[in-house]
Design a protein around this ligand. Sequence first.
Ligand SMILES: *[C@@H]1O[C@H](CO)[C@@H](O)[C@H](O)[C@H]1NC(C)=O
Ligand SMILES: *[C@@H]1O[C@H](CO)[C@@H](O)[C@H](O)[C@H]1NC(C)=O
Ligand SMILES: *[C@@H]1O[C@H](CO)[C@@H](O)[C@H](O)[C@H]1NC(C)=O
Ligand SMILES: *[C@@H]1O[C@H](CO)[C@@H](O)[C@H](O)[C@H]1NC(C)=O
Ligand SMILES: *[C@@H]1O[C@H](CO)[C@@H](O)[C@H](O)[C@H]1NC(C)=O
Ligand SMILES: *[C@@H]1O[C@H](CO)[C@@H](O)[C@H](O)[C@H]1NC(C)=O
Ligand SMILES: *[C@@H]1O[C@H](CO)[C@@H](O)[C@H](O)[C@H]1NC(C)=O
Ligand SMILES: *[C@@H]1O[C@H](CO)[C@@H](O)[C@H](O)[C@H]1NC(C)=O
Ligand SMILES: *[C@@H]1O[C@H](CO)[C@@H](O)[C@H](O)[C@H]1NC(C)=O
Length: 600
Amino acid sequence: MNYYCYLTSIYLFLFLTGAVAAPAAVAPGRFLKPLKSPEPEPEPKPRPQEFFELASPLPSDHLTPSCSLTVVNHSFANTMDSPPFSAPYSPPSDCPTPWSRVVLDFRAASSGEQYDRIAAIWLDEAEIFRTSTAEPTESGIFWRVRKDISRYSSLLNKTEINVTMMLENVVNDVYTGVYDILVSFLFYKEDVVPSDVRVPLVALPNQKLGTAELGLFKTPSDLIIPICSDGERGFWFKVESESDVHIKKVKFPRNTLQVVLELYVSFHGDDEFWYSNPPYSYIRMNNLTTGRGNGAYREVFVTIDGNFVGSEVVFPVVFTGGVNPLFWGPVVAIGDFNLPSYDLNLSPFLGWLLDGKSHEIRIGIDDAISFWLVDANLHVWLDHGSSRVEAQSIVYNSPALTIQRNEDFTYLDGIFRVKAKRKSEFAGWVKSTAGNFTTIVSQQFKLTNLVRYYFNGTYKIVQQVFKAKRDSRVREDLGELVGRTIVRRQYPLTVITATVPLQSEGSLGSKEEDMYMMITNVSHAMNERRVNGLSSSILYNRQESEGWMKVQGHSVISGNASTWQRYTYRDELGCYSRTVLASEGKLAMDNSTFYCAAST
Ligand SMILES: *[C@@H]1O[C@H](CO)[C@@H](O)[C@H](O)[C@H]1NC(C)=O
Ligand SMILES: *[C@@H]1O[C@H](CO)[C@@H](O)[C@H](O)[C@H]1NC(C)=O
Ligand SMILES: *[C@@H]1O[C@H](CO)[C@@H](O)[C@H](O)[C@H]1NC(C)=O
Ligand SMILES: *[C@@H]1O[C@H](CO)[C@@H](O)[C@H](O)[C@H]1NC(C)=O
Ligand SMILES: *[C@@H]1O[C@H](CO)[C@@H](O)[C@H](O)[C@H]1NC(C)=O
Ligand SMILES: *[C@@H]1O[C@H](CO)[C@@H](O)[C@H](O)[C@H]1NC(C)=O
Ligand SMILES: *[C@@H]1O[C@H](CO)[C@@H](O)[C@H](O)[C@H]1NC(C)=O
Ligand SMILES: *[C@@H]1O[C@H](CO)[C@@H](O)[C@H](O)[C@H]1NC(C)=O
Ligand SMILES: *[C@@H]1O[C@H](CO)[C@@H](O)[C@H](O)[C@H]1NC(C)=O
């Protein structure tokens, strides 16, 4: 599919139908920011604006890297439907392993008109970073992202492989923004010591684990096997429907001790706002021409040889052109610059994977419409003392998803409700030279999604609540618990869009484009609690945005918007909290502290 056509067709749809209520009925939408700032700055020309996503400082930030390597220095112009950028990679000869940490340092700059775009970086075909762009302005923007990539050490130590980057961009007479990207890997040899800037906390509840603690996945895996495409357009799979099947055959080393599948996912096109899509019955009854339907439930699942082994309802990242682009500057939406990846512990299945034969791994998306970009990495830990381990899967308890959908609507007004939950448990043992360890994995989630339309479809409110828990326990022969990881996540989301038609201002152009005033509110959060053995962490990350904009076609003519965000992260080393308020594209408040209050 040609993306440029896709953009254009949505654009045309908005004014060809002439339906006053259509924009709210399909909202939230994807828009272009005004090229000029609403209040023209006096001479001289305004300096480029820095954008950022709130994140914790990395533990290595106060250390000096032993060496750094520029791996991408490239301008992404008209890249859609082209091969990705690729360059050879070998680890720096002046800093051999062991490394204490490796950090990916990503810098981007752009100016001119452009939509937000999706991008990813792969090392030897395995994805290590998924990111999206901020929308440029005339005076230019730039940003920087840092990500700890130590978990990919086995790849980083390989010689004569490729670093590959795809940033899907369209450049023509209208969209002129080119993205200049510079990516470096920073290698640290010095050990990370708890920094004295972080105040130790004693109040965190510790998990009682017995005498021996087997830190699960605390050291990087020995081997990474990518589950990816052939790479012609980047190594991600493009999933266009629920039945779109992408399979990779994998042979597991016969001395595998543990295996974790890391999933990278983003959603675009008609599924960019999947959590707000009405069912097709609503679209048909109202003769809407939008493709954004199929209801508001999506679940990414993984199967091996046709057996369900895990799934994920992913965090609803709002890209920087989404809902109201004036919200997302200079602070972007949660996840925009560093999309989360999701870990599924597949160790309980080693009983049937270690037979030396190849196994079919499939990633699919329930209810998906076009399109999703997904791929995954198998992180594999090996028994270094033996070429073969013994393994057996003992529990496979995976009842079907429970899902209830209700709809109650008359023409453009009504309510759509989805309630879904899933719970599964898997267990298996692996006997290696380290001992006989049984891994028990349980995963469960609950989701409620409500999409409501009022006032002849001109007012839309989307509310989603998602809660998940993933628990991995490792027991030794005698039944004693020797390792445990628990991850709990919550993603509340509310999106409100109210649309009022305006008279077209003839002076704005020859096209007869309908003009709208849209009043938009977004409230969303990513809250996460993690326990891994004796260490634990808590993250609260919440944004509240409100504002209005005048829209013609897909372009924002004017508007005013603000975003408040509080990011708090604490672990046994201490705490970091930052609160910002962005208003009219500028920071109006920015407070950060390493001394957090006892409660958030
Ligand atoms: C509701 O919207 C439809 C489609 O835009 C329009 O035809 C109809 O007249 C509107 N009804 C009212 C009561 O405004
Ligand atoms: C990136 O490339 C530009 C032009 O090709 C060059 O001027 C610049 O020095 C390079 N930067 C790095 C860090 O290699
Ligand atoms: C990294 O690769 C080098 C050369 O292939 C090897 O000698 C070294 O042991 C490797 N380091 C690790 C930690 O695997
Ligand atoms: C690296 O990329 C080049 C060009 O795309 C390709 O010819 C080569 O086979 C790749 N090498 C590896 C090790 O994947
Ligand atoms: C949808 O189109 C059909 C056929 O053109 C027409 O009969 C029906 O009234 C339309 N419905 C609405 C809500 O406009
Ligand atoms: C490993 O431990 C499990 C659970 O305790 C037990 O059922 C199994 O027989 C053991 N395997 C071997 C090879 O000892
Ligand atoms: C958006 O939120 C603000 C503040 O909570 C509220 O006053 C306003 O009514 C909301 N707007 C809409 C369209 O619901
Ligand atoms: C934008 O909103 C803020 C906060 O409500 C207000 O202080 C400011 O004057 C508004 N700016 C414009 C141009 O309306
Ligand atoms: C932000 O920090 C300033 C001074 O650094 C302080 O006066 C103000 O109260 C703080 N605001 C909030 C909301 O914490």
